[in-house]
Design a protein around this ligand. Sequence first.
Ligand SMILES: NC(=O)c1ccc[n+]([C@@H]2O[C@H](COP(=O)([O-])OP(=O)(O)OC[C@H]3O[C@@H](n4cnc5c(N)ncnc54)[C@H](OP(=O)(O)O)[C@@H]3O)[C@@H](O)[C@H]2O)c1
Length: 321
Amino acid sequence: MSETASLRVGLAGAGRVAHALAPHLAAAGHRIVAVVSRHEERAAELARRLPGEALAAGLPADPPVAPVDLPLVDWWFLAVRDEAIAAVDARLDAAGAYAGARLVTHTSGAWSAGVLRRARARGLAVASVHPLFSIAGPAPSSLRGLRFTVEGDEAAAAVIERWLAAAGALARRIRSEDKSLYHAAACIAANYVVALLDAAERLFVRAGLPAEEARAAAAGLARSALENTESLGPVRALTGPIARGDAATVGAHLAALAGAAPDLREIYAALARYTLDLARRQAASGGGADPADLEALAALLQPAPPRGAAGADPAWEGGPS
Ligand SMILES: NC(=O)c1ccc[n+]([C@@H]2O[C@H](COP(=O)([O-])OP(=O)(O)OC[C@H]3O[C@@H](n4cnc5c(N)ncnc54)[C@H](OP(=O)(O)O)[C@@H]3O)[C@@H](O)[C@H]2O)c1
């Protein structure tokens, strides 16, 4: 495929990622010639927003193979939910959609390109291209500076990378066997940050803040921590009672949580243990707490003994009130 090739693209899926990325495939000179989705009306709605005359078709689960007369496609771009990728790959193959195609890609962060078994068995190049940003609201007007992770067969990965480079996006290649670890990292940075902000918001409300103020307070704090972490790195950015080796304050937190939000106590303690490791690294670099205070904290943060085991968890006894 030449550097400047304009490929005929078939989109499978008409959800958030398809809506967000399809205009950028078209802007890079590729022609979207078909949009297929489980529900035909969703495929049609996306096709109407794109330049050209893309054919829109339903790809229902039942009957399993839609009798659709699809145009010739060079690049099948699957943007369907993770659990549907293998089924859609099989359905496209069974419908004859892979005849004449060169590459098939999907956008899952969790799955490798190997999930596209039928495409690979047909000798097509397969790859995954994972947008490393959250797509929930309006589609990005530009991909410039946005990160993507690419994995899979060289021939397919190279086409994706040329597209992303032309769009000004940042592409990073990873190995197939590293995808689960990579995706766990992405979940921590995106999903669990959201979950932690929800927990902070809940506790602010329990502590008497009005709901709308609680959300702004949690988000404002997180924003400043995020900016500091990005510019200084986590070891230097860490502040708070664990960075200071303040066991009395952490003990008081644990006691308050045990009464008001026991489900959050376990999460708090697990994260505190991880944070303690960060505080130790801060101390080792010469800018943090007294190591003896950090060891007192470590004792306080021992995991709770299994239910029914003898002996009390010191953390549940609480600190100063
Ligand atoms: N959203 C994000 O922030 C994000 C970021 C990075 C990567 N991703 C990945 O991108 C992929 C798509 O995510 P999304 O957020 O766009 O999902 P989505 O908005 O839920 O859209 C999923 C699409 O998959 C189609 N689909 C679901 N089951 C199907 C089936 N059995 N057969 C055929 N089509 C089926 C749906 O069709 P109908 O609408 O016709 O029912 C829909 O168009 C996933 O692999 C996801 O992990 C998402």
